[in-house]
Design a protein around this ligand. Structure first.
Ligand code: NFE
Ligand code: MG
Length: 564
């Protein structure tokens, strides 16, 4: 039998529109893969010709999830172009908001977008609640909301959905698939936390809104600083923030991390076999200062899992190319010179992607010509390998309790484990950052904005705002001419990970991670979903602009209707 193609379109439980095609051999092993962003949108073209001070508010509309980070990266790019240094208070406020977003994003990703790839909700209906309560105590000394009565109420709620045929967002799962490995009790524990996580993510949004005014799409950043002036002078508001974060910390310690340990244990075989490992190239730009000289994330570049050999990160080595993407100009370009001119080419006659030609609205960012994986996994690996006093203790604790080696994290499950560890770190360090803010405001300085005069700023300038954000390294690059935005490019985490191939035919990280995976049932390609989901895709961020004429540029097709 010859190779067969499987098309999953759309991949759901992500942000935006992603199509995955894989080619499997006669043993159902994936031999080739194509990741395709299916929507042309982006904001970069809309920004041209505008006042640089307005870029942030527009750029944050790139996404509905990580809105804050586009806002921040954009404002920072303008600040760099103008040579403006923001006050320490402003930096801390920005960090409190961004890192709260990390925590919220990671929790939503794991429970609401990804856990059902491992948790069979129908399995939970057969759980013995007393046994489930005892099971949870194996994974945590103090499991989150774990009374038998509470677990009974969760089970009853789930049963009522099923009995009434109201599966709603739980419909169309591959329930009963042979690759679901949790016991009924473990499934129930997870479903309990799935429901609790809905409250937790709402609460973090409230915390973010204390400083950001609102979320998504905050309102508190301006070129030069932040507008959260009343908040930093009001102990009640600072306390409100900490109270929420304290609850969230409890959830991470007593639910999220223990649940991840349980998943590692139940799916250990897939870790040992290296399922979902990409090229082993990792990139981090580092950042998030606190205290006098500490930093949350380390920067660096690792190639081919060579953890002992970390090159310094240099943003000047970033290019984007479109040789396999639906844009004109195939040359690798610096983001300052980047172009966003659509050039759509057809699909094959059977509706599949062109194996050799252009096949995605996502461009291909490369570092020194090489593919890089970015995100929590990259950050944890770089931090651990560079002996970061922040990252290393958390990683060591997780590794010891789960019997994982560093290389094991470079897998589908490990990518999720790294994200859980990172959520814990970000949450814990919010307390240190708040102390830093209080000390600074109390003893040194109350400033939240660096005064500048727009008229006196250079009319020609360029700058970049480069940050670690929930899914990896984000860069906004602005070129200003005549005091207006001449060119604007956002090189986004999902653009790195979901990138198509390049002119040298190097696969993007999603594609590479899929090669070699065996599908136990090609009709229900659960293994593909798991691995792609483990990156936490956000295609809304990754793609570019609407056609100025409103012309339909891509057709939206549901080829496999039983995906979820
Ligand atoms: Ni739309 Fe994002 C993050 C950015 S995307 S979510 O994190 O930037 O990759
Ligand atoms: Mg871009």
């Amino acid at each position: 039998m010859s190779n067969r193609k499987i098309v999953i379109d759309p991949i759901t439980r992500i942000e935006g529109h992603l199509r995955i095609e894989v080619e499997i051999d006669e043993n159902n092993v994936i031999r080739e893969a194509w990741a395709s962003g299916q929507l042309f949108r982006g904001i970069e073209t809309i920004l041209q010709g505008r006042d640089p001070r307005d870029a942030g508010l527009i750029a944050q509309r790139i996404c509905g999830v990580c809105t804050n980070v586009h806002y921040r990266a954009s404002i920072s790019a303008v600040e760099e172009a103008y040579g403006i240094t923001i006050p320490h208070n402003a930096e801390i406020i920005r960090n409190l908001v961004t890192l709260s977003l990390f925590v919220q994003d990671h929790i939503v990703h794991y429970y609401h977008l990804h856990s059902l790839d491992y948790v069979d909700i129908t399995g939970a209906l057969n759980a013995d609640c007393l046994k489930a309560s005892l099971e949870a105590q194996k994974w945590s000394a103090n499991p989150y909301r774990n009374s038998v009565a509470h677990l009974e109420s969760v089970k009853e709620k789930l049963s009522s959905y099923v009995k009434a045929g109201r599966l709603g967002l739980f419909a169309n799962g591959y329930w009963g698939h042979e690759m679901y490995k949790l016991s009924p009790e473990q499934n129930l524990i997870h479903m309990n936390h799935y429901l609790e996580a809905l409250n937790i993510q709402r609460d973090i949004s409230k915390a973010i809104a204390i400083f950001a005014g609102k979320t998504p799409h905050p309102q508190n950043l301006v070129v030069g600083g932040v507008t959260s002036v009343a908040e930093i002078l009001n102990p009640q508001r600072l306390n409100d923030f900490l109270f929420i974060i304290k609850d969230v910390r409890g959830f991470i310690e007593r639910a999220y991390v223990p649940d991840m340990m349980m998943i590692v244990d139940a799916y250990r075989e897939t870790i040992t076999s290296g399922e979902g490992r990409a090229s082993g190239n990792f990139m981090g730009c580092g950042g998030y200062r606190f205290g006098k000289q500490s930093v949350l994330f380390e920067s660096g570049v690792i190639k081919g899992h060579d953890f002992g050999n970390i090159a310094p990160f240099d943003a000047a080595k970033i290019t984007e190319e479109a040789s396999r993407s639906w844009y004109e100009n195939n040359e690798p370009l610096s983001p300052y010179e980047g172009e966003t001119t659509p050039f759509y080419t057809d699909l094959n006659e059977d509706g599949t992607l062109k194996s050799e030609g252009k096949y995605s609205w996502v461009k291909a960012p490369r570092y020194d010509g090489e593919v890089m994986e970015v995100g929590p996994l990259a950050r944890m690996i770089i931090g651990y390998s560079k002996n970061s006093p922040v990252i290393r203790p958390y990683m060591e604790r997780f590794m010891e309790r789960s019997s994982l080696e560093l290389i094991d994290f470079s897998t589908t499950i490990g990518r999720n484990a790294a994200r859980a560890v990172e959520a814990q770190i970000c949450c814990d360090y919010l307390f240190d950052m708040m102390s830093d803010l209080i000390e600074n405001v109390k003893y040194f300085d109350e400033t939240t904005w660096t005064k500048y005069s727009f008229e006196e700023m250079p009319h020609e300038a360029k700058g970049a705002g480069i940050f670690e954000v929930p899914r990896g390294v984000l860069g906004h690059f602005i070129r200003i001419e005549d005091a207006k935005i001449a060119n604007y490019q956002a090189v986004v985490p999902t653009t790195w990970n979901a990138s198509p191939k390049d002119s040298a035919n190097h696969r993007g990280a999603y594609e590479e991670s899929l090669i070699g995976i065996t599908l136990s049932n090609p009709e229900q390609p659960l293994e593909v979903l798991r691995t792609v989901h483990s990156f936490d895709p956000c295609l809304a961020c990754a793609v570019h602009v609407i056609d100025a004429t409103g012309r339909e540029l891509s057709e939206y097709k549901l080829i496999s209707s039983n995906t979820f």
